[in-house]
Design a protein around this ligand. Sequence first.
Ligand code: SF4
Length: 241
Amino acid sequence: MSAIDLHARPSKEYDQKLAETQQLLIRAAAEFSPLTQANSLGAEDTVITHLINSLELDISVFVLETGMLHPETLQLLDRLRATSRAPVRVFQPLNESVIEFVGREGKDAMYRSVALRKDCCHIRKVEPLQRALEGQRAWITGLRREQSAARAEVPLVDTSEPRTKFNPLANWTWGDVWHYIAQNQVDYHPLHDQFYPSIGCAPCTRAISLGEDFRAGRWWWEDEAAKECGLHVKTNEGVAA
Ligand code: SF4
C-alpha cells in the first residue's frame, strides 16, 4: 500500500488552505526578494517546491546534502534538479570539518551522546544552512504544527528572528499534504511508501510502526525534548543553532 493510499485524506478546509498557501507564497515572492526554500526532499517540502514551480514564482530552492543521505534521497534530488523551473542550489558540509570530526569521534559518534549528535548536525546541516541563507531576505520551510509538540505553535509567518521565515503549510494536515501529492502527481520520496513519514540522514532515520509519533523515526535513541537538528531551534541570539 502506498503512502498516497494510506494518507491522502484532505481536511474539509483543504481548498481554502491551499488557496491561502498560494496567496502567501505569491505575496512572499513579491515582498521578500531574494527568497529561498529549504527542501529536505520530504513530502511537505516537495509540495512547496511544486507550488513554487506551478505558480512560476521567483524563489530559489536549496538542499542540504549532508553526505549521509539515503541513495533514494540523492536520486530524488537528481530528478528535482532535472525538472525544477526554480533554480536548485545544493550545499554540502565543509570537507575539512567532516574529516576532522569523523577522524576524532568516528562515523557513528551521533549515537554516543546528544552533544556529539548536535556537533555532527552543526557541521553537516547548520553551518551549510548559514551559507544557504547568506544574502537572502527570507526563507520558506515545510514545518507543520501537527509534526511534533515542539512545532505546535509554528506560525505561518515567523518574524521573531532577524530573517523572516515562512511556514506556508503550518496548518496543513498530513492528509492534506498527501492529497496535494496525489492530485498533482508529485514525484515523492520512495521511503514514504516504506513507513518513513520524516526523512533525514540515513544513520538517524528509521521507519515507524502504526501508532508511533510522526517524528519517532528521527534520532529514536534520544529523549523527545532533544529531537531537533538545530535548523529550527531558537537561541538567545535568535539564530538557528
Ligand atoms: Fe549527523 Fe545524523 Fe545530524 Fe545527519 S541527522 S547531520 S548524520 S547527526
